[in-house]
Design a protein around this ligand. Structure first.
Ligand code: GLP
Length: 248
C-alpha cells in the first residue's frame, strides 16, 4: 500500500486527477472504475479542466461505476448516473456507450447484478478503481458485515449511510433504502485501486483501516490484502495516522 500525503482537498484532487490522466494517456483501452460522493468532485473538476486546456482524450476509455441507488431514474438529479453526466461525462469526449453504471431501475435487480459482473468481465476487468471511504468504512455501498467474497449485489443501506447522504436529498425519507453495488470481491479484482480520503472527519476511519487486520466489520480493511493500492489523503485525513506515526 502506498500512501501519498496531500496538503488539502485541492491538492488531493489535483494529484488524483494527474494519476488518472497518466493512466488514460498510457493505455490503449483503459477501464476506469469510478466513484461518486463528495470526495471525487474535485478530481472530476480537474479532469474537466484538463480536457478543456490540454485536450486529453477519453475516446478510448471505458468506465464502470461502483454503484447506483435503486429506484432513481437516470434523469433524477440524485441518481449517480445523473451525477456522472453532470460532473464528468457531459464535459469530456468519452462515447456514451463506453460508460456504465448499474441500472437501479431494472425490473429484475438480481439479473442486473449478474449482467453488471459479466459486463466488467467482458471489458477485461477494471484497470484502475477509484474509491472514496464511507464514515463507517464502506467502499462503494458495501456496508460493514458485507462478505469479502461478495460480487455485485443489492444492498439495504444502513441508517448511518442514508443520513450521511441525506445532504443531497430534500429529506432523509427521500434517500432510497436500497442500492446496487459492486461487491468487495469485484472491487478487489481491479488491477489497481486509488483510494481518496479527505478531511478530519475521515481521520478515525482511515487510521482504523490502516491499523486493523482485514475484517468484514470494516469493509475498506480488505484493501490491506490488495497488491496495488495507492491512497491519496490530505493532512487532515492523515492526522490520527500521523499522531500514532503508523504509516510514516
Ligand atoms: C457514498 C458512496 C461511496 C462513497 C462514500 C463516501 O455512500 N456510495 O461510494 O465513497 O459514500 O462519500 P463522501 O465522499 O461523500 O464522503
Amino acid at each position: 500500500m502506498k500512501i501519498i500525503e496531500a496538503r488539502n482537498y485541492e491538492d488531493m484532487s489535483k494529484k488524483a486527477a494527474s494519476f488518472i490522466i497518466e493512466k488514460v494517456n498510457g493505455s490503449s483501452a483503459p477501464v476506469l472504475g469510478l466513484a461518486t460522493g463528495g470526495t471525487p468532485l474535485g478530481t472530476y473538476r480537474f479532469l474537466r479542466e484538463d480536457h478543456l486546456n490540454n485536450q486529453t482524450s477519453y475516446q478510448h476509455v471505458y468506465t464502470v461505476n461502483l454503484d447506483e441507488y435503486v429506484g432513481l431514474s437516470p434523469d433524477d438529479d440524485n441518481s449517480y448516473t445523473f451525477y456522472m453526466k453532470k460532473e464528468l461525462f457531459g464535459h469530456i469526449d468519452i462515447p456514451a456507450s463506453h460508460t456504465h453504471l448499474p441500472d437501479g431501475m431494472a425490473a429484475d435487480l438480481q439479473g442486473e447484478c449478474r449482467r453488471y459482473e459479466s459486463l466488467i468481465e467482458r471489458l477485461g476487468g477494471v484497470d484502475l478503481q477509484l474509491l472514496g471511504l464511507g464514515m463507517n468504512g464502506h467502499i462503494g455501498f458495501n456496508e460493514p458485515g458485507t462478505p469479502f467474497s461478495s460480487e455485485t449485489h443489492v444492498v439495504e443501506l444502513t441508517d448511518s449511510t442514508r443520513k450521511a447522504n441525506a445532504r443531497y436529498f430534500d429529506s432523509l425519507s427521500s434517500v432510497p433504502a436500497q442500492a446496487l453495488t459492486m461487491g468487495i470481491a469485484t472491487i478487489m479484482r481491479s488491477k489497481q485501486i486509488l483510494l481518496l480520503v479527505s478531511g478530519k472527519k475521515k481521520a478515525g476511519i482511515l487510521a482504523k483501516l490502516l491499523s486493523e487486520q482485514p475484517n468484514e466489520d470494516i469493509p475498506a480493511s480488505v484493501l490491506n490484502m490488495h497488491q496495488d493500492v495507492v491512497i491519496i489523503a490530505d493532512s487532515d485525513a492523515l492526522s490520527i495516522v500521523k499522531e500514532r506515526s503508523m504509516a510514516f
